[in-house]
Design a protein around this ligand. Structure first.
Ligand SMILES: [Cu+2]
Length: 470
């Protein structure tokens, strides 16, 4: 796992770090035993702070042209030649700081935990002349499958096992390339690949490598499309079958639309999220449930999992409410030309199916319900699908995911990129039967009663600031 800021895109400014939780059962769940355990964080890197970039990104006529990174970092490190950045305050006197360097004992297996902590770019990661056996996906241990290159989208995590076989060489190039085809514009200052060095070395060496070794790249074509690694072959350990049927299917059309003032905003169905910093949905829900406020009554819907548009203002707060333990399917169709790594807070979901175009269904103009989608549902293999918390929907693609809503809270479901700031977020308000007995601490209430301007510091810009520009 990893921790990061969730106010605006402060993640992009470096407020991130790994959070590694060791299972007591790790030695059994991981099917290749390893001698060492390392973290490699990959990140796109912007030479401007997220606040300035977000203001420009969300301005009129930008049509969702996301900020294009200036470079990439491996564990926060990369070397740039300042001669190529004449417009920046930058000099080459610190260019001897060393490359990202990983010393691994020879003739052993080693676990590398790859985390994409960036704001937008998908990476393709590789170590020359070393296969990567994937053994963990977003905290789920899986049976090892080897890849030459690993595609990883923002917020996703993969563990890979590498074997430091004895060879004539000891130093190998580690490459992490951003897939630049998904960038909206050309950035003439961008360096799309960050490179490091893997050293087979049995003695700890505190000197970082300063030169990139000439080692052999894989000869397959490099990836150009932004989409998830094909994970259908990855089988979790232990086996957990998905529930046979959902209690409810939530269909989300994910899209960017240009609205008033020529502002392009991300939408789930007809909703584009705007947080009310002083009145979080969770507080309103707990207070409302405790006061038996009828706007939280399930009786307002004939379904046990429903969009609560009485307690929440649907155009800016799409909240799906449920009580008791419910199995919820989310079918997302992506109607734009960008890739979206969707992340669900608080739960892991089963990735049941992903595809391009529309999901298979009986009637092309029929509703997106279980009956019309029976060709899709009949084709699912529920025996042991991959469980993860961040799955991408490729451009003009779709995905079907399933989770068991058994934990009380207001859980965000959002695209883990700049698009969150454009409104591509909704929430699942789950286990209202337990939430009614929850308590909000005075400290939490006090935090939300702070001055609105203070609370909004670091958040993305509001639409209102653009009205004069439009
Ligand atoms: Cu997105």
């Amino acid at each position: 796992y990893w921790y990061h800021a969730h106010q605006g895109l402060q993640t992009s400014d470096g407020l991130v770090g790994p959070l590694i939780i060791h299972s007591r059962d790790e030695r059994n769940l991981q099917q290749i035993q390893y001698a060492s355990d390392r973290v490699i964080m990959l990140s796109d890197h912007y030479h401007d702070l997220s606040g300035a970039l977000a203001r420009k990104y969300l301005a009129p006529d930008m049509e969702n042209a996301e900020p294009v990174p200036d470079g990439a970092l491996m564990n926060g490190r990369a070397i740039r030649n300042c001669d190529n950045l004449p417009h920046r305050r930058c000099d080459n006197t610190t260019s001897n700081v060393g490359l990202p360097t990983f010393d691994l004992e020879p003739k052993r297996h080693h676990r590398l935990r790859i985390i994409n902590v960036g704001a937008f770019a998908e990476f393709q990661f590789q170590i020359d002349e070393h296969e990567l056996a994937v053994t963990e996906v977003d905290g789920t241990d899986v049976r090892p499958i080897s890849y030459h290159r690993l595609n990883i989208n923002p917020a996703q995590r993969y563990s890979v096992i590498v074997h430091t076989k004895s060879r004539e060489k000891t130093n190998f190039r580690v490459r992490a390339r951003m897939i630049t085809h998904c960038f909206a514009e050309k950035n003439p200052y961008m360096v799309a690949t960050v490179e490091g060095v893997l050293r087979h070395s049995s003695i700890p060496n505190h000197e970082l490598a300063t030169e990139l070794p000439e080692t052999i790249d894989w000869d397959e074509a490099i990836g150009l499309e932004c989409k998830d690694l094909n994970t259908t072959e990855l089988a979790p350990v232990p086996v957990i079958a998905a529930p046979a049927k959902p209690d409810s299917l939530v269909y989300l059309r994910s899209n960017f639309e240009i609205g008033a003032y020529r502002l392009s905003r991300g939408k789930f169905n007809t909703s584009s999220w705007h947080a009310d910093v002083q009145n979080p949905t969770l507080f309103r829900a707990i207070d409302g449930l405790q006061a038996s406020n009828t706007s939280f009554d399930e009786a307002q819907s004939d379904r046990s999992v429903f969009v609560n548009d009485r307690a929440f203002y649907q155009p800016t707060e799409l909240v799906v409410q449920s009580s008791g333990i419910k199995t919820i399917d989310i079918l997302i169709s992506n109607f734009d030309d960008g890739n979206h790594p969707y992340h669900l807070h608080g739960y892991k979901f089963w990735v049941l199916a992903q595809g391009h175009g529309y999901p298979p269904r009986k009637s092309l103009d029929g509703p997106m319900d279980l009956d019309n989608l029976s060709p899709l549902y009949d084709s699912l293999d529920l025996s042991n699908p991959l469980r993860r918390d961040t799955a991408s929907i490729e451009a003009f693609g779709w995905a079907l995911i399933r989770f068991v809503a058994d934990s009380a809270g207001a859980w965000a479901f959002h695209c883990h990129t700049w698009h969150t700031e454009a409104g591509l977020l909704m929430q699942f308000l789950t286990r209202t039967d337990l939430l009614v007995d929850s308590e909000i601490s005075e400290a939490h209430r006090g935090l939300c009663m702070a001055d609105r301007l203070d609370l909004e510091r670091g958040m993305g810009p509001k639409d209102e600031i653009y009205y004069d520009e439009a």
